[in-house]
Design a protein. Structure first.
Length: 112
């Protein structure tokens, strides 16, 4: 029984981290693989956190980022939730990202 616990709590997470590093280096991570490789809540949190960080959506050290923003006064904690302290930040976060800028407009065509 002790060997089974060691395998589950030590070897499985290490194997999962190795799998995550290899899959991200190769360039892919499917949803099915993430669910199969992450049987625990921590494993799912880790895989989603790495997935978002690899795409530049969230910082890799998310909890450190949230704690730092809380200490600087940008966020406030309400129970288990973080909220932006200022209404303008809340509105901008709710609006989502701005559309990408394609570049300066082309000059008007001239007739010869």
């Amino acid at each position: 029984m002790r060997k089974l616990k060691t395998a589950f709590f030590v070897i499985l997470p290490l194997a999962f981290v190795l799998l995550a590093v290899v899959r991200l280096a190769v360039g892919g991570w499917s949803d099915v693989e993430a669910v199969i490789a992450a049987p625990s809540a921590w494993g799912r949190f880790f895989s989603v956190r790495v997935w978002f960080a690899s795409r530049g959506v969230l910082p890799l050290r998310l909890m450190t980022f949230l704690r730092d923003a809380y200490e600087r006064g940008v966020l406030r904690r309400t129970g288990p939730y973080y909220q932006f302290r200022h209404e303008l930040l809340q509105d901008q976060a709710a609006a989502g990202p701005a559309p990408p800028v394609s570049g300066p407009p082309a000059p008007p065509a001239t007739k010869p």
